[in-house]
Structure formats: C-alpha cells, structure tokens
Design a protein around this ligand. Sequence first.
Ligand code: PAF
Length: 271
Amino acid sequence: MSRASLSERAAGRRVALVPTMGALHEGHLKLIKVARELSDTLVVSIFVNPAQFGENEDLSSYPRRLAGDTEKAEAEGADIIFHPSAEDVYPKGSSTWIDVEGVSTGLCGASRPGHFRGVATVVLKLFNIVKPHSAVFGLKDYQQFVVIKKMVRDLNLDVELTGVDTVREADGLAMSSRNVYLSARERKAALSLPAALDAGKLLFIAGEREAVRIAGAAKKVIEKEELAVVDYIELCDSLTLEPVGKLGKTTLLAAAVKVGSTRLIDNVILS
Ligand code: PAF
C-alpha cells in the first residue's frame, strides 16, 4: 500500500483516503463520491479495528462483507481497496497508542472508554501507511471527526480533512452499519432518535437557549419509546465539545440511544 501511494505521489497525483470498517451503505458511498472529487487516486480502507471496540461490544458480530463492499466502492470510483489484517495493523508487541485528551473524554468517550484511543491510533496508522493528501469522514460520528481534527493539528500531520453530512433513510434514521442489527420493532423504535433531535431543534428555532430545556425536550421523546434507552443527550460547544449551559452561536446536540442491544448515535448542529 505504501509503495503504491508513494509512486502515485511521485507522479504528482493527489491521493485521498476514505477509512471505513466496511459494511458499506449510502453514507459511505457519499464519502467515496466526495473523496473522488478531491483526488486522482482514491483509496478506501476496510478494516474492522479491534482497538476501538470495548470488551462487551460487537467486534465479533460486526458485519463483514468484503466482496460486496469492494464492488460498491469500485463502482463509486475507488482505485485501491486497502484491507489489512489485524496482525498487519497491530504486529505482535505493538504498545503505542494515541490519546487525544479533552475532546475524547465526554459523550461517546464517557460511555466507551478507550474507544477514541483505538480510533485515533488506527487513523494515524492508516495515514502513515496510505500517505493521503486528504481524508474524508462522516459527520454522524461528529466526536470522532473532532478527535481526528485535533490529532492532525496537535501532531502536525499533513492531511487535509473533510467532514461529510449524515445520510439518512427516507424516514430520517441516520445510516449506520449497525442498523442491520435492528429487528422490525426496534427499527421503528430507533426513529425516536432523529425525532428527539428534531424536537430539540424545533425548540431552539423557537428561541430556547437553555441547554437543559432542549436536552429535556429531546429526552422526553426517547422516553416515550419503550424499546429505547438514553445513553446520553448533550449540548456541547461544536468545536471543543465542552458541555454548554446556554447555547452560543453553534452548538452540537448529540445523542446516543440503546435500542435493544444496539447502540445508535446521531447529532444535529444548532446554529
Ligand atoms: O468511522 C469508522 O468507520 C471508524 O471509526 C474508522 C474511522 C474507519 C476507524 O476505524
């Protein structure tokens, strides 16, 4: 992979990377489309990164569909599919980790200790191996994007980052590789998550600026849904991810909800 990238770069071609864990859906395909526009040579990595899963999480059941994913990525214009093994990425004895302090701590970082350490480490490794000029990420994982942006700045990495808006199903559910876990009843219950964010947004549009009221309105929507359990609903500064009491110019309303055993996240920017 590195040799291929070096020779593309030496020939003056711009290399873009879309890092994924596979199970590609329309959201990923949009990232690939955007990256295609930014690059001469487009690399899509497919790697289910063990380091970002907690002990009781879904590493073993995470959907793996390499053949179908390769076909979809190539149809969108990917030139190279990079699919390393876990042993390639983490050779025996690996003991170096990237901890992006501060922005990794709240929201999903609080519910999934170590998650962003695993994400930042693998993304830095992918950057070092693929050597892209630019990389494209989805903003459904808003905190992940902030963590990666901070890592790029703090470590002087020469990679240009692009965040792409969340792609949703027709009924509003954010696309996620984990949606396949949902039963028909759970799929319906999962709609309480975008509905909760809408309720928060409507209150904001009506002029409410107290975070606790907006979070409360969103929470009420989830609590009406028997199968859904709130992990967090928070309002944070969209750049620092610090919790806010009163909403400023741009605030992130982010939520994580468990529907059955599936954990779903979503967010909206209030500005
Ligand atoms: O967003 C994802 O799919 C993953 O967290 C990423 C960025 C590919 C790192 O494993």
